[in-house]
Design a protein around this ligand. Structure first.
Ligand SMILES: O=c1[nH]c(=O)c2[nH]c(=O)[nH]c2[nH]1
Length: 305
């Protein structure tokens, strides 16, 4: 058999998709910078890590991750480009065998939720994401109409607590009186058949309901996502006589304070790791007392995330 010779071609390595959320909280009016950052390094000397598992020059992907989070605290993020430049310099200038790399980021835009005509200090809605939902179910001679929304991503950087829950030998969650609360709201609301028959300005009502959901999310000082969920549905039904019931599915998008203490850096709720899974999944239906229930309206309608 002819001898086959191979060599290592192009390569790079690093940590992908670090979900870094930086809150600037020097004043009561917080700012949020939300990034998905990937760092990868290149260098001819790294060939031995591929060929023989020699790690002596491998700046660990875990170190690259930590650096990203630490820089978010220590230098802030004046712009995502500046942030990536700073990372690139750190690795290329700080490790002589690192010749280059690729640093990539996505930045997710948030805008302030407006409450009472004023932009809220610490509650935000993700821009340009929400999708409107609707169903018409004709069944057993009746017509049921629902409206809804999905991917309505909201976050509040304070005004959320979670404590007082039972503890057993498997409980490790630390009680908190100041946490980030974030969810991607899936909500569907069923219109009262009488209102459907009388005619509804569905577009205006959609805007009104969305406004109520956002305002409640922002204004309720939350002791649990369950409490916020109920408040959102309650006020929607109170203020919209057309609604019979509202169903919500809300993932609790956990934001963990990143441990920078290990590098001697104080992190008072400023740099978080946004974890996409697992997530808490909080669901609930809020019903108008006295309205006829209509389980058939929901047949084959997905009401979870
Ligand atoms: O708002 C919350 N509700 C929960 O039921 C729960 N459980 C948990 O671990 N964290 C939270 N947060």
């Amino acid at each position: 058999m002819a001898e086959v010779s191979v060599s290592l071609g192009a390569n790079k390595y690093g940590k992908a998709e670090n979900r870094v959320v930086r809150i600037v909280r020097d004043t009561p009016r917080h700012e949020i910078i939300d990034l998905n950052v990937t760092s990868q390094l290149r260098g001819a000397a790294l060939v031995d890590s591929y060929l023989s598992g020699d790690n002596s020059l491998v700046v660990a992907t875990d170190t690259q991750k930590n650096t990203i989070f630490a820089f978010a605290k220590e230098y802030g993020v004046s712009s995502v480009e500046e942030f990536l430049l700073q990372l690139s310099k750190h690795f290329v200038e700080g490790f002589e065998w690192i010749e280059g790399g690729l640093w990539q980021a996505e930045q997710y835009d948030w805008e302030r939720i407006t409450v009472g005509g004023k932009p809220h200090d610490h509650s935000f809605v993700r821009k340009g994401q929400a999708t409107r939902l609707a169903t018409v179910q004709v069944i057993e001679g009746a017509t049921h109409v629902t409206g809804g929304v999905k991917d309505l991503v909201v976050l509040k950087s304070t005004g959320s607590e979670f404590h007082g829950f039972p503890r057993d030998r498997y409980t490790s969650l630390v009680e908190t009186d100041d946490r980030i609360m974030s969810t991607s709201v899936t909500g569907r609301w069923r219109f009262l058949p009488e209102a459907v028959a009388a005619g509804i300005d569905y577009n205006a009502l959609y805007d009104k309901i969305l406004g109520i959901l956002l305002e409640q999310f922002a204004s309720v000082h939350s002791l649990a996502l369950q409490q916020t969920l109920f408040a959102m549905g309650k006020v929607a039904i109170e203020q919209c006589p057309e609604l019979a019931e509202v169903k919500f599915a809300m993932p609790n998008i956990h934001h963990f304070v990143y441990n920078l203490e290990q590098f001697g850096i104080d992190n008072p709720n400023e740099v978080f790791h946004a974890d996409d899974r697992p997530y808490g999944l909080i669901e609930g239906t809020i019903v108008r007392d006295g309205a006829d229930p209509a389980p058939e309206a929901w047949l084959d309608v997905p009401t979870s995330v």
